[in-house]
Write a protein that binds this ligand. Sequence first.
Ligand code: ATP
Length: 360
Amino acid sequence: MSFLQLHGLTKKFAEVTAVDDLSLNVEKGEFVSLLGPSGCGKTTTLQMIAGFVDATAGSIILDGKDITFAKPNERGLGIVFQTYALFPHMTVEKNVAFGLEMRKLSGNDIAARVKEALAMAQLEKFAQRYPRELSGGQRQRVALARALVIQPPVLLLDEPLSNLDANLREEMQFELRRIQQQAGTTTIMVTHDQAEALSVSDRVVVMREGSVIQIDEPYAMYENPATPFISRFVGKTNTFPVTLTRSPQGRQFELDGHRITLPHSADTAVDDGSEALVSLRPEKILISRQGQGRFAGKVQNSFFLGNLWMYEVQTAFGLVTVSVINNHEQVYTTGEAVSLDWHEDSLKVLAAERTGDRQA
Ligand SMILES: Nc1ncnc2c1ncn2[C@@H]1O[C@H](COP(=O)(O)OP(=O)(O)OP(=O)(O)O)[C@@H](O)[C@H]1O
């Protein structure tokens, strides 16, 4: 039996269904992210788990116990809010000790556990500082230490890195993962940042309009998105509308005068003759000097991203984004004629979605 089980969890606010029949099993020690665009119901789900919002329907089972209607303090979960919500008038040490004092542990136990939590979050030398005397990353580590010191069965993180600047954010992603693994705490994080979800999670849950649309490990989610929406939301991709036909060699479509046969691995539930979208990641495309690949194009824009070059290439089938690792190789310039190619295994075929799904 899974450690945390959400069964058919639903929340309605008057006419708005914020969360619609959400089911999810989380294993002990697992790090699961709820990922999705603004308003998809991530925070409401987290708040139902925390007990701040009552479920309209469904149940929450933690370690075999039904906690659907338990009060937040009876659940004893660790929570880190977006704003950290540290006590400004308390030192780091006091902030971290607070939850243990409320639970009336002995002075010695409190001192030992605070010491351990501060060490885990690498905060020992800041123990006597006040939150205002800390950087954003240090405050975020205090919030984590404070949540973990009570040894909660589940740690809930609500956009924990969104207040940090880009560099620090990346650093803290790894730090967050390290601390979570060291503590071994089952963790659920809400985020709208796909890179963050992919880099720290054991599994990612993509939500849209209150519903779960895919649950997978990060690599599988990126490589095999279930819908065009996920292929655009999780990472960047190029999509081309095509019509699939069947031949003795397998499923085929035509692009810019070329017949392309899909490998069996890319076979799909899409019916023959119906419209489909082919998804092709920018880093899976090979760009070369004119004539070396199957598809002709012209570089319309190039962007230098440090580790990567991104090219937008105009082709007969639309604007294609290509990314190339910056390893001192040839750089293509705007206006240059190039050709593109790819390995057929890189193609993913997805059923075209309803109209509202066309914008990521
Ligand atoms: N207290 C409330 N009363 C009415 N509607 C609400 C309430 N809380 C949330 N909603 C609605 O429920 C839906 C889901 O909101 P929720 O905050 O869970 O989304 P989210 O995915 O966390 O979005 P964000 O990333 O912007 O925080 C939204 O349409 C929101 O407007």
